[in-house]
Design a protein around this ligand. Structure first.
Ligand code: HEC
Length: 149
């Protein structure tokens, strides 16, 4: 009994081995079937990566400290770092806060530097947000009277 079991085990081992040709080479293939070539990519990416301020979450590049001093007095920096926009869109947010939320006026130089930092570090990103739902596809608004502006 033992003998036949051993030979059966050996036989299946042999069958297994001969059924999977060149298993080592296949390991390097990606899902797309392309062979991986850029083995040094992670190191390069790490070198370029921008450091993030642990206190605010701001990317520590350019005029980030100027933005920190002007933009975190009233609300969390998270409100800014989760937002994305073109220079024009960032300016529109600033104008809205100046009009509605008591944000002070900036001299043009300061304003340009703030906008440049924001639009360069937090530019539009199509992958982040779904498109707005068209009005006629929204459920009825229970606060319709309050929202008409
Ligand atoms: C004087 C107070 C004040 C300052 C300073 C301030 N904000 Fe705001 N901000 C507000 C208020 C109030 C809101 C609304 C908060 C809420 O919705 O809870 C807001 C909201 C925002 C939002 C969210 C807008 C949205 O559509 O959800 C962004 C982005 C933002 N601020 C960016 C900035 C930036 C950039 C600066 C610096 C230039 C700044 N804030 C400085 C008061 C301020």
């Amino acid at each position: 009994m033992n003998r036949s079991f051993t030979s059966l085990a050996l036989l299946s081992l042999f069958a297994l081995a001969s059924c999977s040709p060149e298993p080592v080479e296949e390991k390097n293939e990606t899902v797309d079937g392309e062979t991986e070539t850029a083995t040094e990519a992670p190191a390069v990416v790490a070198a370029v990566e921008v450091r993030v301020d642990p206190a605010t979450g701001f990317k520590m590049g350019g005029d980030w400290e100027l933005v920190r001093s002007h933009c975190t007095g009233c609300h969390s920096a998270k409100l800014i770092t989760q937002q994305r926009g073109t220079a024009q869109q960032w300016l529109a947010m600033i104008r809205w806060m100046q009009k509605k939320q008591n944000l002070w006026q900036f001299d043009p130089g300061t304003e340009n530097r703030i906008i440049a930092y924001l639009s360069e570090n937090y530019p539009p990103d199509s992958a982040r947000r779904r498109a707005a739902i068209p009005r006629d596809l929204l459920p009825p608004n229970p606060y319709a009277i309050q929202t008409s502006n």
